[in-house]
Write a protein that binds this ligand. Sequence first.
Ligand code: NDP
Length: 488
Amino acid sequence: MAEYDYDLFVIGGGSGGVRAARVAASDAGARVALAEEDRYGGTCVIRGCVPKKLMVFASEFSGMPALARGYGWDMGEGTFHWDRFQGHMASELDRLEGIYRNLLKSSGVETFDARARLKDAHTVELSTGETKTAKTILIATGGHPVRPDIPNADLGIVSDDIFHLETLPKSILIIGGGYIACEFACIFNGLGVEVTQFYRGAQILRGFDDEARGLIAEAMRENGIKLHLGTNIVEMAPGGGDYDAVSGPTATDAAMGADAKQSATLMATRTGDGSQSVWVKPTSGDAREYDIVLFATGRDPNSADLGLEDLGIQIGRRKEIVVDAYSKTAVDSVYAIGDVTNRVNLTPVAIREGMAFVQTVFQDNPTAVDHELIPSAIFTQPEMGTVGLSEEDAREQEEVEVYCTSFRPMKTAFGGQNNRVLMKLVVSKATRKVLGCHIVAPDAGEMIQLAGVAIKMGATKEDFDQTVAVHPTMSEEIVTMKTPMRTA
Ligand code: NDP
């Protein structure tokens, strides 16, 4: 009889956990089980990348009639029906969740629709009351959005809630300047919602190339988003009450707002038609009401209540499970991958970490995950694709040449629109290697995937120069920039 019930028990059925479970079972012949307390597919499939991208596509149609008219089409403005879109999106997510479940089943992974926590280094307790043992346990529980610590914060929604809104709001206030805040500001703006965004810092998308994020901020404003930099939320309360727009809510409203239960009811019954709005006082400017306030103020790892501390597994300052280069925790039989480890919080990275874990533990091939030169995209409008170092970070490191061009692309310029795109290469003066590539343009995410291959291979500026341009495209500029714009 086997010493343990399974070779591997995975906690969490998101992208990373499902991949690791599936590959360990099908490629390495391991006996595998997986527990998921919610829906299979995790953040990416159920409440992140996938539904977000569908919303990006939906929101882009609003700009198309105007462009089409520039090309000679007689085309009127259309009307967006949130309920129709939402129904279609919900069935697509059901379909994808079914695929995830089937993949596990066909790989021979036993699944438990239950919450799991560690009882000891080889034992998992399920919310069903069952106890299972495994030689190795993999934690892939992901993360969750967090609200700032201010009174009445539960009057605001987080990204998880967006996909369940009953109706589209007329106005929305978005707090934050990261990926989620900027992407949803553009999405809601495209869907016809009046969007205000507060970011506490000097420029949105902190950490990305200055020139690229500057262009995105400019375009967002030109597209109608009321972007307030150096601004944060100070106070919020239920709207629609007897309050003074400048001094804040009356005592009655404030007391009501302080009651968490009441706030939850308000949240649940909000219709999005403005009848249950939220009153907000910012650090600057006038207080006003918004139909919805969205907190896009970061995500925390789901490391709580897993029984980790009792086992001596280290939890870091940002609530992440601390792991080594092979994703192993302080306990030899327990590993962790994906957002719960807060390394690079992207779906394809969690999948890579899952694959490396299987190679290390089940295929006798210790594999550390390579977190260098990861291409990524921000699905703002315009989109940004980026890989490698920003100009600012590269300059800190060594002397660089910066090749950069910004222009009005043919398709939209002909259609009478003024938007600009940016193509930028940051090149090492010493080695000639391209250290960073930053593209702000429609479909920049598609372009950066391919530029990422060359840069990951160590391509030099001269390698780019020797590649013949594809004409006429926007991306041909990436191989035709002859003179550095700046050296530093
Ligand atoms: P980010 O950490 O990217 O951004 C959080 C934002 O909220 C920052 O602008 C931060 O400001 C601000 N903030 C934090 N705390 C407060 C506060 N108390 N008051 C006001 N503002 C605050 O988190 P996101 O939620 O946008 O995204 C989480 C992660 O999800 C990303 O890091 C990314 O890895 C992933 N993601 C990736 C996507 C993609 O690949 N396209 C899309 C969406 C998410 P400051 O800059 O000053 O700290």
